[in-house]
Design a protein around this ligand. Structure first.
Ligand SMILES: [Zn+2]
Length: 201
């Protein structure tokens, strides 16, 4: 805690949208919490806002490895997570992990878990490389077998966590990997959803 206080003093949180010091997503920029269900053919997906404006800036800062933003977004999604859930974060690509040094979605899930008395299980991993980048929407929807679970998940009910839901294909693939490992998927919680499918950023 002392280390944390020192870090907060030296590197104060800064709003991902307006750069104001004091909060990773300040009260003026953060859109009101409004959990809604995202249209998805297979899963019950809950988003806490649209992928636009401040929430888009925050997700991009998360992808850049901002820990303070991860914690702010974790606190944001926590009310959408059922008490005592088993959270399975969608893993970042190995390439992004190498360059950023942090898996932002896993941090979001960890913070949310603290608020929701949930458990985080980082069991999913990519089977291949950075396969989504540069693909068209149709190619991405057609892609399968991109993830696998490292653990046996028999009898375990998992809730997926991700930063942004675009086509929903990634969540579908992750759900498939969990089911293949014997688990069930109760649904997914994402920070934001795109209003219309757009290329992955
Ligand atoms: Zn702000």
């Amino acid at each position: 805690m002392i280390l944390r206080a020192i870090l907060d003093a030296v590197f104060p949180a800064q709003c991902a949208a307006c750069n104001m010091l004091g909060s990773a997503l300040c009260g003026s920029c953060a859109p009101p919490f409004a959990a809604f269900t995202v249209a998805h053919p297979l899963l019950h997906v809950i988003a806490t806002g649209w992928y636009e404006d401040a929430l888009r800036s925050a997700v991009l800062a998360l992808k850049d490895g901002r820990r303070d933003v991860a914690e702010a977004l974790g606190a944001r999604i926590a009310p959408a997570i059922a008490f005592g859930s088993l959270l399975v974060p969608v893993p970042t690509t190995r390439a992004r992990l190498r360059t950023r040094g942090v898996d932002g979605v896993a941090l979001v899930a960890s913070t949310a878990a603290c608020f929701s008395n949930a458990t985080v299980l980082r069991t999913l991993e990519h089977c291949g490389g950075d396969m989504q980048r540069g693909r068209s929407r149709d190619e991405r929807l057609a892609a399968r077998d991109r993830f696998r679970a490292r653990d046996a998940l028999q009898g375990r009910a998992c809730t997926l966590v991700d930063d942004v839901c675009t086509t929903g294909a990634t969540l579908s693939d992750c759900a498939l990997a969990i089911r293949r490992a014997g688990g069930t998927v109760t649904g997914a919680v994402v920070v934001a959803a795109t209003k219309s499918p757009t290329p992955w950023e």
